[in-house]
Design a protein around this ligand. Structure first.
Ligand code: GRF
Length: 220
């Protein structure tokens, strides 16, 4: 049986689209069965509706306490028998209790090579810092924001005449390949969170320590 997976979004949903496409492909080990948004007008909900996937909107403005929003979210996930959650541009900080409950089953994507450039204004800060390589990271979510152990990373060179927009565009293209590859690793049980660290099975990292998504999918 494929692993029932939810994707949580707040906006554009281009990573959701990439995950839906992967989920629709033969032999993919995770099945996206639920998309939840805290924003009713999130453009990404259209991708889910077009694909015939159940959507659920839980407006955070209806809750005065973060824990109450998280409890409603948790109830929706339980009701759909969700086993894995992918945060994909979900602009809410989740409470410690929620993160604890779902630990090892909660993934996020961030548009930098973590632990560099946590938080916001990622591409601006990468360019300002002068790094020659940026990229993106899919990681297990832990209590500290953007700090959980990486599952997979993809590298994107920073060009000399780079702008935040041009870098964001190329990093996003890498995100769309990386997230399905990382979810596959977790859904197959080949990447697990053990005592706060990511542990990999049947897995060979490439020589330069940067994980190439194409290699992940062919590395069986
Ligand atoms: C992505 O850049 C992701 O890394 C970050 O938020 C953005 C979401 O984009 N966490 P989209 O909604 O998936 O298009």
């Amino acid at each position: 049986m494929r692993v029932p997976t939810a994707v949580l979004i707040s906006g554009r949903g281009s990573n959701l689209k990439a995950l839906l496409e992967a989920s629709a492909s033969a032999g993919y080990p995770a099945e996206i069965v639920l998309v939840v948004s805290n924003i009713e007008s999130a453009a990404g909900l259209t991708y889910a509706r077009t694909a015939g996937i159940t959507t659920h909107v839980i407006p955070h403005t209806s809750f005065s306490r973060r824990e109450d929003f998280d409890a409603a979210l948790d109830a929706a996930l339980q009701k759909a028998n969700i086993e894995l959650i992918c945060l994909a541009g979900f602009m809410r900080i989740l409470s410690e209790g929620f993160v604890e409950k779902w630990q090892g089953r909660l993934l996020n994507i961030h548009p930098s090579l973590l632990p560099s450039f946590k938080g916001t204004r990622v591409h601006e800060r990468a360019i300002e810092s002068g790094v020659r390589i940026s990229g993106c990271t899919v990681h297990f979510v832990t209590a500290q924001m953007d700090s959980g152990p990486p599952i997979a990373q993809a590298a994107v060179p920073v060009h000399c005449d780079e702008t935040a927009e041009s870098l964001a565009y190329r990093v996003l293209a890498a995100e769309h390949r990386l997230y399905p590859a990382a979810l596959k690793l977790v859904a197959e049980g080949r990447a697990r969170l053990v005592s706060g660290a990511a542990v990999f099975q049947e897995y060979r990292s490439s020589g330069d320590m940067l994980i190439n998504p194409a290699e992940i999918s062919s590395n069986r």
